[in-house]
Design a protein around this ligand. Structure first.
Ligand code: R5P
Length: 310
């Protein structure tokens, strides 16, 4: 078993390698003067079970291309099996035609990853579970939910909790956490008049005097969660905190969260923390490396990954 790190999240790759007590493969992923990517391994790869770790976070296209070129190099180095470990799978929100003459970019990215040489994919909280079907190779989709539940129980013990889905699309994810916490579920009726802009139409459920926990897969501009928090507080909640798997945090999202009524926003480190995230007063990160490492160990030993979530 060997672990290769591309450049999008080296601290996570190192943490995974430390968990597995393995060194990262000695490799260089670098740029030519014209910004073309070049990859070179400085050790033998032949016959190895190789895991390539890369989140396709911003700059998404560069990070995707790095992943593809790395897998191409691995295939040409005679790796026995290549697993693309993509903790944050970018382009996942483009998983259907949103209008006439538009792409399904998530499918294109799945094709690219497969064509570049991946034998299987390991990812975390895919935006939509059915994206697994865009691949004709095995996909293991891990869930941050158990980690969130454990953290919520420890951090919010004794509070009058209520789980909130920030939109209708997130109900299944939020309900899974509400069930594990034995608490109620509220739903935000969200409207997106245009890309990057969200509006709260209604809060469905009685949030009065509750300590609300919004659960979601992605925070991008922060609009969804900040608007939801304001609406929930207007409806009489006692507090609002947020748990999100992937901290995309584009533009001034961290500042927006800082200026909102969100008590604390917790994200995993599936995407490397920017300085703004590291210093954000009401933002914290939960390490995902132990979960990824255990899943990788099980894949390598051909044992069950799903039983991690029993
Ligand atoms: C939408 O379906 C996702 O689950 C997130 O709610 C959304 O991507 C968050 O975007 P933003 O932070 O820009 O409102």
């Amino acid at each position: 078993m060997k672990i290769v790190s591309c450049n999008s999240n080296r601290p996570l790759a190192q943490a995974v390698a430390d968990n597995l007590q393995l060194p990262l493969v000695n490799a260089s992923v670098r740029r030519f003067a014209d910004m073309e990517i070049f990859v070179e391994f400085h050790e033998n790869i032949r016959g190895e079970d190789v895991f390539v770790l890369q989140s396709t976070s911003a700059p998404a296209n560069d990070h995707l291309m790095e992943l593809l070129i790395t897998m191409d190099a691995l295939r040409r180095s005679s790796a026995r099996r290549i697993t693309a470990v993509v903790p944050y799978f970018g382009y996942a929100r483009q998983d259907r035609k949103t209008g006439p003459r538009t792409p399904i970019s998530a499918k294109l990215v799945a094709n690219l990853i497969t064509e570049a040489g991946a034998d299987r994919v390991l990812t975390l909280d895919l935006h939509a579970g059915q994206i697994q079907g865009f691949f004709d190779i095995p996909v293991d989709n891990l869930f941050a939910a158990p980690l969130f539940v454990q953290d919520i129980k420890a951090r919010y013990a004794g509070r009058n909790l209520m789980v909130v889905s920030p939109d209708v699309g997130g109900v299944v994810r939020a309900r899974a956490i509400a069930t594990r916490l034995h608490t109620d579920l509220a739903i935000i009726d969200k409207r997106r008049p245009q890309a990057g802009v969200s509006e709260v139409m209604n809060v469905i459920g009685d949030v009065r005097d509750r300590d609300c926990i919004i659960v979601d897969d992605i925070i991008d501009s922060g609009g969804t969660h900040c608007n939801a928090a304001e609406a929930i507080m207007r409806n009489g909640a006692r507090s609002v905190s947020v748990y999100v798997t992937h901290g995309v945090f584009s533009g001034g999202a961290v500042a927006r969260v800082g200026a909102s009524s969100i008590e604390m926003l917790t994200v995993t480190d599936s995407i490397a923390a920017t300085e703004a995230v590291q210093t954000g007063a009401n933002v914290r990160q939960l390490p995902i490396a132990p979960l990824l490492a255990e899943a990788m160990r099980r894949i390598s030993e051909e044992s069950s990954v799903s039983s991690l979530f029993d």
